[in-house]
Design a protein around this ligand. Structure first.
Ligand code: FE2
Length: 452
């Protein structure tokens, strides 16, 4: 039999589908998992992460792969199961569906469900920013899309913020069509109780936003919809030097007329770490890119941690770089979302083309002392976003665990790790051997008390 020309195969494979970008084809349910160390018995719930895993084997962009969930059920100090499941979107039931077809983009049920997972009001929600959320059950099986009993009229962000004080889920949706931006407020009981159209300068890609105790803060940045590109079947968003970068501050129960806009230097932020009020100032820590997508939608300069301070009295924003080490996927403890945080956790980004040369890390920033402490995974090992789960009776903001999947190119498989967030010890509290889990985006620790 003739050998396939591997160099030709590699050349035709987009970079995001090489290495650990390769999709997996099997949906598995695994018990009797090999555990090293001790799973803290107080961890009763699920860690669920989603990510792109194209069912056809290929996708034109990493953001367009079909959402596959990878979940761990922890209970009584045991890893009860690992399972991975496709979210049953129209792309799975009909794999020839084209995500970049305008009619599909505008069909709110046509979510890729590949970006984030939240537990809220007793439900597991799987999110992607252009469409309705999908609901899955505790076994990761798909229930279906939700439009909040018909109240949601457009897209729903993949990055809502659950206020730890009120239990509300604050969100927004953006669109290439007017209204370009809607603010959405979901009650602690899961009802969509407020929808406000917000005036912005044009249709931009607004991936995430911020909340404080009293405000929602929109990031209106120069990644703008481009109709010409939409016609060519490319991802229809590009950097626009003529589009001003601004932050919009609105009372959480407010409306469009109450938004105050503040100019900032051009940049792109997919993900803020957190934000909070400090007197008449609003502090936002963000993973900032100098720009994105100038020439192509694969243009990602190295992201760095920055701090923006909005002086609401002077009407000005101060911008300060915190660190040079490229890092993304910033997270804080769920208990401090919208409130003053001391600690932030980021995933160090490895730029190596060969997975064997890549090495990832979790970076913990102490914003009080300025000290950064790192957990390095070693050569060939790359982790995803580190999600914080608190200890049973936390004595401090960082009293708890960091969890993520780590891919090890040396053995081409993955492990689920639970690290001590307070000590940042390089030795895991527990490590669980798993099959290979492809690179993904975001996930959450959902305690059984929130959704089960
Ligand atoms: Fe994101």
């Amino acid at each position: 039999m003739e050998k396939p020309d591997m160099s030709a195969v590699l050349e035709s494979t987009p970079s995001h589908l090489r290495g650990n970008g390769r999709p997996v084809t099997e949906e598995r349910t695994l018990g009797n998992l090999k555990v090293s160390g001790t799973i803290p018995p107080e961890l009763d719930g699920r860690y669920i992460r989603t990510g792109p895993n194209p069912i056809t084997g290929t996708s034109p962009h990493p953001f367009l792969g079909d959402g596959m969930l990878h979940g761990m059920r922890l209970r009584d100090g045991r890893a009860e199961w690992y399972r991975n499941r496709y979210v049953q979107t129209p792309f799975i039931t009909n794999p020839s569906t084209d995500a970049l077809d305008m009619s599909v983009m505008l069909d709110m049920k046509s979510s890729k469900a590949n970006t984030h997972v939240f537990g809220h009001a007793g439900k597991f929600l799987v999110l992607e920013e252009g469409h309705f959320p999908y609901v899955v059950d505790g076994d990761l099986d798909t229930v279906g899309p939700t439009n909040f009993d018909g109240v949601l009229k457009g897209s729903f962000t993949a990055h809502p913020k659950v206020c730890p004080r009120t239990g509300e889920m604050l969100a927004f949706g953006y669109s290439a069509m007017e209204p370009y931006l809607r603010y959405l407020r979901v009650s602690a009981e899961g009802k969509l109780v407020q929808t406000e159209n917000i005036t912005v300068g044009g249709p931009t890609m607004m991936h995430d936003f911020n909340i404080t105790q009293n405000f929602a803060i929109f990031m209106d940045l120069p990644a703008v919809f481009n109709l010409e590109l939409a016609m060519t079947g490319d991802l229809p968003i590009r950097w626009d030097d003529n589009y001003p970068a601004r932050l919009g501050v609105m009372p959480r129960n407010g409306n469009d007329s109450q938004v105050k806009w503040y100019d900032i230097n051009p940049c792109y932020v997919f993900h803020p770490l957190n934000s909070y009020e400090d007197g008449d100032k609003i502090v936002l820590d963000v993973a900032r890119f100098s720009h994105i997508w100038r020439e192509s939608a694969m243009d990602f300069p190295p992201p760095e941690l920055w701090r923006w301070t909005i002086d609401t009295t002077a009407g000005k924003v101060t911008e300060e770089k915190i660190d040079d080490r490229p890092a993304e996927f910033p997270r804080v403890a769920d208990s401090v979302v919208g409130m003053k945080h001391r600690y932030g956790y980021l995933a160090a980004m490895s730029q190596a083309a060969d997975p064997m040369d890549a090495s990832g890390a979790i970076l913990k920033y102490d914003r009080e002392t300025g000290v950064r402490s790192d957990i390095e995974f070693g050569r060939g090992c790359v982790g995803g976003e580190a999600v914080f789960a608190p200890a049973a009776d936390p004595k401090s903001e960082d009293d708890g665990y960091l969890m993520t999947y780590v891919y090890d190119a040396n053995v081409d498989s993955s492990r689920f790790i639970i690290m001590d967030a307070a000590s940042m010890d390089n030795e895991p509290v527990a490590s669980i051997d798993l099959p290979r889990i492809p690179n993904g985006f975001h996930g959450s620790w959902v305690p059984a008390s929130v959704a089960d």
